[in-house]
Design a protein around this ligand. Structure first.
Ligand SMILES: [Zn+2]
Length: 119
């Protein structure tokens, strides 16, 4: 009977160890999640600081931040790509408001400007 009691005790101890390990893993996952959440928070704050600096600097003639220049240039590249898309879709750009106007339009649906046919 002592042997059975020993086995029962060992199973109990092993079970407790499994529970403790599972609890540790849960704690570890919880802590890792909290760390990630705080790191995400910091990233969002840094992005916000960047946005504020960009808004402050973008209209200046010169800036000490090369990134502001790079962002402005990238916006220009996006505009050029949008022009390419418009050409592929057969649409054109309104000469007055600059918005995209579908092919065959006589007037701009955004501002009412007469659309010049370029063909
Ligand atoms: Zn227009």
């Amino acid at each position: 009977m002592d042997i059975l009691n020993d086995v029962a005790r060992q199973v109990s101890v092993a079970g407790k160890a499994v529970v403790e390990k599972a609890t540790d893993m849960k704690d570890t996952a919880k802590i890792n999640m909290e760390i990630r959440s705080k790191e995400d928070f910091i990233q969002r704050q840094l992005a916000e600081i960047g946005r504020l600096v960009y808004e402050q600097e973008k209209d200046k003639d010169s800036t000490e931040y090369e990134e502001v220049f790079l962002i402005k240039r990238t916006y220009e590249e996006i505009d050029e790509l949008k022009d390419d898309l418009a050409i592929i879709k057969g649409s054109t750009k309104c000469s007055s408001c600059g918005k995209e106007v579908s092919a065959g339009s006589t007037f701009c649906p955004h501002c009412g400007e007469k659309i010049d046919k370029e063909d």
